[in-house]
Design a protein around this ligand. Sequence first.
Ligand code: FES
Ligand code: FES
Length: 188
Amino acid sequence: MPESTQAEPEGAAPVAGATLGNQAAAVAAVTLVVNGQSHALRVEAGESLVDCLRDRLGLTGTHIGCDTAQCGACTVLLDGEAVKACNLLAWQAEGAEVETIEGLCSPGQALHPMQAAFGAQHGLQCGFCTPGMILRAIAMDAEGVPAEPDAVRAALAGNLCRCTGYEGIVAAIVDGLNAMRSCRKANV
Ligand code: FES
Ligand code: FES
């Protein structure tokens, strides 16, 4: 997991005026917790969370499709809730736990049950939508979405697959939800 290369911000003022060249810009000093790691960063006040994750932290598994909150490619978890990171400013994530696709498992570790289900059910083609689909699917578990195709399709309304591989995606999410719930029961 790459560490932030940004200098530790001095002071905790959430937004400070700064001048970049001839252009006045507002800069926010924020601490973001991403995949369990804390990063002290200076971000532009208007910088989206997805740009911050990709450009400052190198977490390029979070994709940008539309950049207008329509496709779901940028979905991440914010305190366990699926959010579109293109529709959130980076500083708005301060104080929350952000989880990206990179946080689900490290190289050499077992896949998360939802990732494994996508592999087993051929729930991806080009893979562009897949990180967002998987994180949206994991949030469905906490939401109590039934592991049934119709319920999963309804809950997936905000995530689009340009390859249109929805049959495999829905089958994968049904299996993944069942696997997550079985694991939890086994560990109680
Ligand atoms: S890139 Fe955020 S919803 Fe499409
Ligand atoms: S697998 Fe290609 S966009 Fe969904």
